[in-house]
Each structure stands twice: as C-alpha cells, then as structure tokens.
Design a protein around this ligand. Sequence first.
Ligand SMILES: O=C(O)CCC(=O)C(=O)O
Ligand SMILES: [Fe+2]
Length: 199
Amino acid sequence: MYDKLYSKITDALVEDGYIVIENALEPALSQELSQISKNITKYKNAGISHKSTLDRNRRKDKIYWLNEDDAVTCKYLSFTKGLQNYLNRHLYLGLKYYESHFALYEANDFYEKHLDAFKNSKNRVVTTVYYLNEDWENSDGGELVIYDKNDIQIQKITPHINTMVVFLSEVFPHEVFISNKERYSIAGWFRVDEKGLSV
Ligand SMILES: O=C(O)CCC(=O)C(=O)O
Ligand SMILES: [Fe+2]
C-alpha cells in the first residue's frame, strides 16, 4: 500500500541520504497516532538508564518506547516493517529490526546537535522521525535542523503532523531547537545488529 512512498524514500536515500515528506501516511492514521501520543501517561526521561546526567544536559525530551499493544501503533509499525523490507530488497542494507519511541518535548525542551550513530558503529543505520503536531506555528520553535558532513545547515523542518523525515543515521548531525510548547513525535531507527545484543 505504501510502495510508492517506499520507492521515493529509497531513491532519496541513495541520491541525497535524506528526505522530508509532508502528508506521508494516511491522514486518519496520523490523527490516531497524535491522539495516542497525547494520552501516554508513562513518558520517562530519555537516556535515564545510562550516563543520565550528561544526557539530560544534551536532551530534554521524554520518551515512551513503542510496542505492539494497540492496533494503531501496529499500523505504524507495519508501515515501518514494509519500509525495512523494501530497503533490504532494493539496497541490501541488511536491516534487522526497527526500534522506536514516542517523544514529548515540553516547553523549553531541546536536543543538542548529535549523530544517531557513530561511523561504522554497526547499529543504527537509518533514522525516521514522524511528527504529530496540529497547527504548529513558526513561533512555536521546535524545528529539526539537519546539517551536512561539513556542518552546513541543509534543512530546517517544522514538526507538523504527518511530516516524516528519513536520513542515514551515521551521516547527518541534527538538533531539535527549543520548543515553545508541547511537541510530539515518533523517532525510530533501523538497526543492523541483532535485537537484544545491543548496549
Ligand atoms: O524529534 C526530532 O525532530 C529529532 C529527534 C532526534 O534527533 C532523536 O531522537 O535522536
Ligand atoms: Fe537524533
């Protein structure tokens, strides 16, 4: 059902290494996911399990890992499973699994510039970020800013509902600018290591 989108993402990853897609999924699904993200009561500080104080200076978001507990989340995960299979078939990426979490940035939260994976670290290979915010104004901040390998800014993305960003995890430094209000998203990573063996 999403084959056209899979093919567009695949081509962009080969040509540019990243893509920004507005109106990415079925509108109804984006609405349902947005609702779920707002109803989650178990958001936890990100990075709390390791080096928490350092991480908390660099990133302020709260997260909740996706699981297959509800039908709506399963629909999202079936989209990502399809993308994983497509990327493996067409680019031989050898992606083993996808991990993802809802993220909540409250007012004044941000995520400093970082890479999602170090070069040749052989874990996270492709990053996805999917936004869930209706009526986002420029003055609300919270943009995702993507840099190239020379640290030149190449994209500034408004976290508007149903916008999806996909990029190569080892290549693009990126940051989340200070958000001036609650900002909801799903961040996810396709990985090439075996599930359960990662640190
Ligand atoms: O929410 C975003 O725009 C990006 C989040 C991010 O970079 C991350 O969670 O690693
Ligand atoms: Fe990131």
